[in-house]
Every structure is written in structure tokens, then in C-alpha cells.
Design a protein around this ligand. Sequence first.
Ligand code: CU
Length: 462
Amino acid sequence: MLSRRGFLNTAALAGTVVVGGRVHAANIPEAPTMEKATMQPPLHPSSGPDYNPVVTLNGWTLPWRMNGDWKEFHLVAEPVEREFAEGMKAHLWGYNGQSPGPTIECVEGDKIRIFVTNRLPEPTTVHWHGVILPSGMDGVGGLSQPHIPVGKTFVYEFEMKYSGTFMYHPHSDEMVQMAMGMMGMIVVHPRDRSFRPVDRDFVFIMSTYDIDPGTYLPKVSEMTNFNMWTFNSRVFPGIDPMIVRLGDRVRVRIGNLTMTNHPIHLHGHKFAVTCTDGGWVPESAQYPETTTDVPVGAVRVFDFIADNPGDWAFHCHKSHHTMNAMGHNVRNMIGVSKKDLAKAVGKLAPDAMVMGTTGMAMGEMEMPMPDNTLPMMTGSGQFGPIEMGGMFTVMKIREGLARDDYRDPGPYKHPQGTVAYEVEAPAGTAPRQINEKAKAKPAPAQEMKGMNMKGMKGMKGM
Ligand SMILES: [Cu+2]
């Protein structure tokens, strides 16, 4: 669980008197650190104004202390090891032992003081994305402050003027530091507790990495071709399920610091976007949806009533984002006859992965893989393999859970007669294949790069 790092090495801090000498090393609060990648229980406030805390998916909230009327936090930027799912660890940069960093929670009107200690091998800063604050607290290295040198501590002081959902990340060697996993979420609760209250409040950030199978370090200069699509630096089946009590009002807050948009979809319910990183959306501007696109560098928050019990998929709707590291040059062999396939396979490198002639589902099939690599499609449910990865998890809605009970209740027990079932149909109907006529004028090539639709002409029902 939470361990105390203890007071920082005072030698390292000698002379690190910051902000005009107002804060001295001896006054810097401890920096708690987290060793686990599993979701920690909500951190209820023990001082200051009361609020209903969030839970961070596969994460935690940074403990704080009151110092007079200031709320003080301590972030330590440092190299970390993060487990993406059982069987794969990544060497990242993050904060206080994990990537992403802990969620920072406070209340509208709070005066906050955030100490940032740099234990990276290069300078850094922290930018408070979406927070309305004085220019010199905005954390853009070179523009609004000097970069924080290696081994030094800076302090940011400002008032949280508005409630809402924001993010934090470096603005210093940004491409490298964000590609290495440096980011976190900020939740500012409304001072008025009756403003849009919810029963369960989830938060997470989306990040992407390009990590070659069998390796540990993300490639930091990648622009488009990522292979690990994560919720809070976790991939399915390593992402915790979201546990909800039937009838609860639920909020999900999602930040996106990847380099593409993610249409996030929840099954079995409709919801409304109630907040962005720009603030609360007026009720008159809300409308029902089942998918909301979270743009790059943005936050989307949606609220809904969990009135439909069950195990509901919750995922990014870009299908390549619900997979783990994969080869993007895999050929599409759907509909190719076994004879042709044998020829085609002969031309391929012996270790190349070939898509199956009936699809790509691998189910329980064993594929040899390098160490520290996850299967591309994995996970299992009560009815068999789920065949997902990446940005996928399950929202489990159950009757009668206790207030802070986020334990996995196991698979949903479907009421009798509510599960899709097999019917008796005429026997011997083989899967539909290319008809004889179509075979006579073959498709241009069996090498269909990137699902080239030309190659599929003549395949009825595709
Ligand atoms: Cu996505």
C-alpha cells in the first residue's frame, strides 16, 4: 500500500530555497509513494472542506496536509516501473512510484501548494492543464518559469478558482517526458456539495506507448504507430473493472494525453457529457449518448444512472485500440482457400503471423511470444475468451453493494432466459465462402495490406 518515502535527503535540497525564500527545505511535506498498480480505495478528506472523493482506475489519490490555510502536496518526478498487465512491465517515468502520477484532489477555492522534486536525469516542469491560474504558475519551461534542474525542488502556489476535471504533465522536453508516461489527473470538487453530486466517481487518463515485443522502454520519437493503448498505463485484462451499485448515479472522468482521439463507449446505458477541462456543461447543452469522443489534450466527463444490472463492456471504439502489441502488416486471409493459403504462407518468413482463414480469433490457442509481451487479444469471461486488449474493461453493475465496496463481484448471474442461445437449425450449413464463380476470377492478390477493399470484391456478405 502506501509507503512513506520519508523526508528528502536534505543534502540534495541544500540551497533549494524556493519562491523568494518563503518555503524552506525543512517545511517540505513528505512524498508518499505507491508500489501497486491496482485501484486504491477513495481517500476521504480528514481536514479542510468535505467532499465525495473519486476513485482512480488502477491508481490512487495523492495524500496532502493542511499548513495554515494552504493544502500542500508533494510530487516527485522519477523513473518508475509500471506493470501494464500481468506478464508485462514497462520502464517509464512518472510521479511518486507510478505512471501515471497520483490523482490530485482538492476543493474549489482551496489555496494549494504543490512541491515538485525532480529525480529524473533531465530538467522538468509541471503544467496544470485547464487550471485557471497566474501565468508564472503555468509550468511552461522557459516561458513561464525556469526548468526544474535535476535534483531540485520547485513549488507551485495558486488558488483553485473553479471546480472541474483537469490534468497535469511536463512542459519540458515534452515529447520525451509524455511518451515516457509523465501525466496525471486533477479533480477539483465543487465547494457546494449539492452541485451535481454522484455516488461513484471514476477517473483515469489515457496514454499510449510504442514498446517492441520483448522490450521494456517506450520509443519516445514515435508519432503515430503506437502499440500499447492504455487506461492509466494499464491494458486489458490488467485494467480493474469498474464496480457500481445498481441505481447509483455514476460519473466517469477521462483525460486524453495520447496523440489521437478515443471514442469511449459504454454498453447498456446512455449518458450525458457533463464536464470538460473547460468546466461544467450547462444542463441545457447536454444530450444523450452512448459513445463520447475524447479529443487529444482534452477531458470528457459523463454522468449516468446505473439502472441496468450486468457486466457491461466499457472501451475505446477504435478496434485497434482494444488490442495489445500487434504486427500491423498481418495479411488478411479471410476467404482465401486453404490451397492458396499454403502457397502464400510459403512466401512468408517462418516466424510471421498469418491471419486465420476464418478470422483472427485466437481464443485459447497458444502463440509463442517473447518475454515481457502480452497476447494481442486476450482475457476470458464466463462464456469463453473475450479476445480483447488495450483500452477495454468491464463495468459491473450489481444490486446492494456497500458505499465504498469496489471489490470484483465476479461474473454476472444472468436471470434465466436473458442470455443469447443456440437454436436448432438445419444441419450442415458450412461458413459462407467465396462461391465458385468468384473463384474463377480471383481477387487481385492475397496480399491485402491494411484491409484493402479491392481485394475483397466478389466476396459476398463481407
Ligand atoms: Cu482509442
